[in-house]
Design a protein around this ligand. Structure first.
Ligand SMILES: *[C@@H]1O[C@H](CO)[C@@H](O)[C@H](O)[C@H]1NC(C)=O
Length: 175
């Protein structure tokens, strides 16, 4: 039997789905991060979008966001630069905390950008569609979201800023 399959079967009783669904504001140039414990080989699925302050008009450039998802060892799984919405659906290769950060585009004077975000993680690619019904997501989301958010905000914001600085620096050097 393949090792991967054996691990999957052994870990079945411990499988869980976690979900966060929140709406929050970010001031121009600022970053906010959320973290989530994710099991190795689990699927993690996220969707985010900026709430357009002037419905029916294109989203102004200064309301666009930069988004990045990292593992605990700072492997980057997802990155989007100045977008108004996006999503990711992937299988993580590392056990433990992952963090997702949003940074609002800079603007003077500062404005608030509202982001809506939904994050679900759990099980494997195969099990996912069976287990992650809307109900199971709804049950867990409200209790968890704000709590996790408050707890990890500071540390991850710092890591994210460092990450942006380092990657920005490398991109500048390369060009
Ligand atoms: C953004 O919203 C926060 C509270 O949600 C508020 O304290 C802050 O003053 C707002 N910033 C701007 C620029 O409106």
């Amino acid at each position: 039997m393949e090792l991967g399959l054996a691990v999957f079967i052994l870990s079945l009783p411990f499988l869980s789905i976690t979900a966060q669904s929140i709406r929050f504001e970010i001031e121009s140039g600022q970053a906010k991060c959320l973290s989530e414990e994710i099991r190795i080989n689990s699927m993690t699925v996220g969707e985010y979008s900026v709430v357009n302050p002037n419905e029916g008009h294109p989203l102004p450039e200064h309301h666009k966001i930069i988004v990045a998802l990292f593992s605990g060892s700072e492997k980057r799984y997802h990155h989007a630069e100045l977008v108004e919405s996006g999503h990711f659906a992937l299988q993580v290769e590392e056990e433990g905390k992952h963090m997702l950060c949003f940074k609002a585009n800079t603007h003077e004077p500062a404005v608030n950008t509202t982001v809506e975000f939904n994050w679900r993680s759990g099980v494997t690619a195969k099990g996912w569609s069976n287990v992650a019904t809307k109900d199971s997501v709804d049950r867990t989301k409200d209790a968890r979201a704000n709590q996790v958010y408050e707890l990890h905000y500071g540390v991850y914001e710092f890591v994210f800023i460092v990450y942006l600085l380092v990657c920005g620096g490398i991109a500048t050097m390369a060009s």
